[in-house]
Design a protein. Sequence first.
Lengths: 599, 615
Amino acid sequence: MKDSDFIIISKLSKGFIKFFYISAAATIVKVAASFAVPQVIRFTVDHVIDDVPLNYAKPVMNIIDAVGGVEFLKENLWLLAFLVLVLALITGVSDYIGRITVAKGTEGIIKSIRDKLFEHIQKLPYSWHIKNQTGDIIQRSTSDVEVVRNFLSTQLVEMFRTIMLVVISLVLMFSMNFKLTLAVLIFIPIVVLYSTIFYGILAKKFLAADEAEGQLFTTIQENLTGVRVVRAFGREKYEIEKFSQRNITFSDLWVKLGYQLGYYWGLGDLVTGLLLMAIVVYGSYFTVNGVITLGEFLAFASYTGMIAWPLRSFGRILSEFSKTKVSLKRICEIIREPEEFESPDACTPDIYKDIEFKNVTFKYEGDIPVLNNVSFKIKAGTTFAILGGTGSGKTTLMHLLNRLYDLPGDTGSITIGGVDIKNIKREHLRKNIGMVLQEPFLFSRTIKDNIKIAWPEASIDEIKGAASIARVDESIEEFSKGYDTIVGERGVTLSGGQKQRVAIARMLLQNTPVMVFDDSLSAVDADTDAKIRSSLKRRKGYSTTILISHRITTLMESDTILVLDKGKVSDIGTHEELINRDGIYKDIFNVQMNLSEDL
Amino acid sequence: MNYYEEESYSSFNIKPWLKLSRFFKPYRRKIIGLVLFMFLTASMDLSIPLFQKYAVDNFIVRDTLEGINGFIALYIGALVTMALSVTIFARLAIEVEMHIGKDLRKEIFEHLQNLSLSYYNTTPVGYILARTLSDTNRIGAMIAWGLVDVFWSLAYVIGAFIAMFMLNSRLALVVGMVIPIMALITVYFQNKILSASRKLRKVNSKMTGSFNEGITGAKTSKTLVIEDKNLFEFKDLSSEMKFTAVRLARLNALYIPIIIFFGSVLTALVLARGGRLAMEQIIQIGTLSAFLSYAVNIFEPIQQLARTLAEVISLQANIERVTDLLDQEPLIKDSEDVVKIYGDNINPKKENWEEIKGEIEFKNVTFKYPDGDEEVLKNFNLHIPAGTNIAIVGETGAGKSTLVNLACRFFEPTGGQILIDGKDYRERSQLWLHSNIGYVLQSPHLFSGTIKENIRYGKLDATDEDIIKAAKIVSVDIIINKLENGYNSNVGEGGDRLSTGEKQLISIARAILADPKIFVLDEATSSVDTNTERLIQKGIEYLLKGRTSFIIAHRLSTVKKADIILVVNDGKIIERGTHKGLIAKRGHYYNLYTKQFEEEKTLELFGEIPSANKD
């Protein structure tokens, strides 16, 4: 059974929950201390400054007597002021502890969510990456995590504090006067309900305004990325009109939203103001009738003032809570996806062995098989070439060999030295098969770091050696920062050919027993191609080399050549054998070798 | 000079603010109204504690409820006034915010439409987007709400002091002592908090980049087995993020209790001093309770004031970013004389536009890219009679688009002249030329909206029939009709609901509709399915017929048919001639051609239509 969102989050929060308990404790202390201040003020005004007779429980009376009684306090009013300061200090310290522990707990949980997401995304099968859009995954990994972070660090504390405030103030108020408390009590559901309803309405408007902002963003972005089209068709005026219209829509929606907010604030002020007024009016009435004392009246007024504002924020917290639930769900959807499956008894055999594809049939999502009953054998240490058109299935062969995809149960087998690759540890397999992809990906860091990425211990000489075999050393030296040039988004853009050659150098440094060049010399010219191959030849006998190309000169010197056509083996043999029998290979050879006739 | 010193030494600079002031002017009445209602709100805020004081002094102490009805009426009146004034100032504030933002965005966007292409070549889209959206939003918001916060706090603090002084000046002085300390603490922390949050944003954007790389580079990471290494590096980043976030939280956690503490010092002082005064009957108990209420409530506005001021100062960075963009001068500008006759980009005077024939002549053209240091063209001469097809070939990154950029006047020659129909093109308006050019890009660019809207982009006043006619010429009509909403189907953001081939076909239909005299084609390199490829070829052939055209070519069939072939290497034109002549020369063209030929022929033998090589 798959874990629920709750279980996933509990696992990730492990070890950080204690921070929230500490914070809760600190919050209770803080709220209690902040409540004590009005009590002290009330006591002072009533009994010390005014002359209301003392009427407390025994323990309190004892304390008052212990410090010297009311008369003593009258003479030393500073003592009570000092008490206010001490309470403020306690409030301050517990506030600090409450905040810092929540921050530590939140950031800890968020870090473990982020780490988990990153790790998991790395380990999800390649097919998952193909299916899902980068933008969506990034949004879940960043914006959604941010929503959760915001909730944990702010809303959760706020919610707890509000509840504590309301509960404590109600208890205190009840202890002073029941009827007056009822007046406050009537207002609480009104305030909460009103703010919840308003936030419900506002949330919808926010959504509409966000969408309008998205549209405005798209309009500007498309105008910028398509600047050539705009200019070439002379559509500046049209673009400005289109933009202006969206600009106005966006602004108007926000203005309307602002109006709503204005009503909300105005009405909110009115409701809380009325609450306070009710307390003042009824309080006066009660005091005049001797039901409560002046001090109690002042305390009542100040408690009501204290809870009025937090109560109003309750509506916002509730709407944030539902937003957080949605974000958590989106995060957990990623985490719940199963990682690449690895059988527990997977082994780590020598990969420098014969590779055999036996009756391999494979299809991706659709119904049409990309590979249809393909069988061939690659002898260890030889050079094996695959010739095929786009969509012939040659890249799929390599996806399967590297276990980027696994063959389903009964659709043939791939073995290395007789061991089915499904029983070989994926990591071991990939570490031993170097692969240069058709469209190589370089990481946005220095060229040096890119080349040595899979083997960080490599010395600069080894890096330069690999670059020289890949014939990219000269291009690198031409950059002003040489091997320290940063590539990709934040740095220089390399040409397709340069990228391929850096990727080749990167693979060479891995020094693997199997090397795969998946159409990876397509962007380099024939000359460089030949030079790279002749450098590689020196490694013959150490590595099994697999070359994929549609350039005959790239392939012709290989020990075995496989001709793959629309997912089927069309022919296999040496160059000599293939040119001496009819078939695609011979035709291609003739065409490529006798170009001049066609010119 | 003193003037310069001021600029470099003071962190606050009034100049960018002045530059922006014209955006505030149209709303000055609203801004003044906003400030007035702010004061009204603040004074209502201040008057509420007075009601309590009144109740204590006149009802409780006197032990009577006489006049309580009038009191209630007045109280409610004050509350309603307050609610109304809050509602009104909120309306004014949001209007000021959004309108200033809107005007700024409009100005920037219009300005962007006039900036030269070289600006776009050197400025990342994200950079411009941030200025057009985030900065303008922040400026609008800060002007409106910053004003609200500053004036509200200021009004509250001043009002509270006036009230306190009126109640009792000695006690008011006691309260006044604490204020400067609180303001100083706030400014100190606010600066630290601002810089810490800036750092946090920086780390955050690095982390987004890291996620992006982890996702787009997943295949490579798997084949290299560096998942663990990536994770290890990511954990460094997420730890840094955690550390920075906790540091920021710690600053806040320190700041707030310190402020609370100083607020309590106020309360304690008022209690000790005021209590004494009350006992000595110098002040009334109600006065003391009102005082206590001011003392408790005054520190929120003081914090607010200091915080807002710090934010307003940091707004300067946003303002500078916006004014920098607005100060960018377009490199290519029509001269005043030209504008007088032909109009500008926004208000063209089409009645004065001459019919174009499409004859182009490069006369002693010398050219250097604004950000380059080498002259890529030197005394280049080329006469292109109307209707000639020019193919430009060369490897990726060889500089094939230079000639196109010049012919389209996306860039102007640094020396020499380009004549169109025998007249220097600088003597006519850019829009005149651009309205006569059709353009099909390598990676077709569509705009969000329907297919119909996208095709109509070529000719804004085209009828639906015209659009369908153009679509029929490239046979994309059949594909479109198969879609659920036909021509009204939404193409998605950047056209991403369509396949690459479909996008190409639509962009060709768009160019056909424009019926340009000059046509530029940047041939696609990505392979599409056989059938679509055939349709694309057909559409392009239609476009080439009888038009002066520049083709940045990748397919041999297109190149072979061209009237003139230009071979580009390292930014320079190294060979020119016809296909036959260039082959015979056995030079650069020959090498390029044979490599291309090999690949196309091979693919053909595998039963595929030749498509261009992939990079």
